[in-house]
Design a protein around this ligand. Structure first.
Ligand code: FES
Length: 128
């Protein structure tokens, strides 16, 4: 995986992300492109690279499904690690005290935009 996804790239429309919801977005191209996901907490939008720090798998097994059944935490579908939605900190499970990799975003005119250039090769190496 090579290339850069530029700051300012539109990831999602805010209108497609109800309060409390999560949505996945794709970064790059190819057969198995990396992805991230956003969590909306009222006016706050948090975006995370979709890779669990435990065994480096995507967190979701189903499209756009990243939360515990009650919606209070992010949960990895592989082995059940649970993360705070606003900080990405693992508070239960096999990667306790490790964190998800935040992706900086901003909202402009109803669009959720990347707020940083993402080097996909560097992102692929995370967390190493
Ligand atoms: S890969 Fe996420 S808990 Fe194991």
């Amino acid at each position: 995986m090579t290339g850069t996804v530029s700051a300012g790239t539109e990831l999602l429309r805010l209108a497609d992300l109800p309060d409390g919801a999560t949505r996945e977005f794709i970064l790059g191209s190819g057969d198995w492109p990396p992805s991230g996901f956003v969590v909306r907490l009222g006016d706050e939008i948090h975006a995370w690279f979709n890779r669990c720090p435990h065994a480096l798998r995507p967190l979701n097994a189903m499209p756009d499904r990243f939360l515990t059944p009650g919606g209070g935490l992010i949960q990895c579908a592989a082995h059940g690690a649970q993360f705070e939605k606003a900080t990405g900190l693992c508070i239960a499970g096999p990667c306790l005290d490790e964190s998800l990799r935040r992706i900086a975003v901003r909202v402009v005119n109803g669009a959720i935009l990347l707020d940083e250039d993402l080097d996909l090769a560097k992102l692929e190496r995370w967390p190493r």
